[in-house]
Design a protein. Structure first.
Length: 73
């Protein structure tokens, strides 16, 4: 399964599942990233951290570890 971390810049993907549990999953969901939401990858820092995305019209930055937990298609 592809994760948000593997997504290329300029690509729009749909969230299939958020792996993990506890406070990290809650933080991701509090950002508005839930199953079925489309995410546009705007920019990835040279070393891959952070990943900058647009979700529901909001521009967000995600840590690489958090992006790896978001499974997309």
């Amino acid at each position: 399964m592809k994760t948000l971390k593997d997504t290329t810049v300029g690509e729009t993907v749909r969230v299939e599942k958020i792996a993990g549990d506890g406070p990290v999953k809650r933080r991701i969901m509090d950002m508005g990233i839930t199953k079925g939401v489309e995410i546009f990858v705007r920019k990835v820092a040279p070393l891959g951290d952070p990943v900058e995305v647009t979700v529901r019209g909001y521009e967000l930055s995600l840590r690489k570890e958090d992006a790896q937990m978001i499974q997309v298609s």
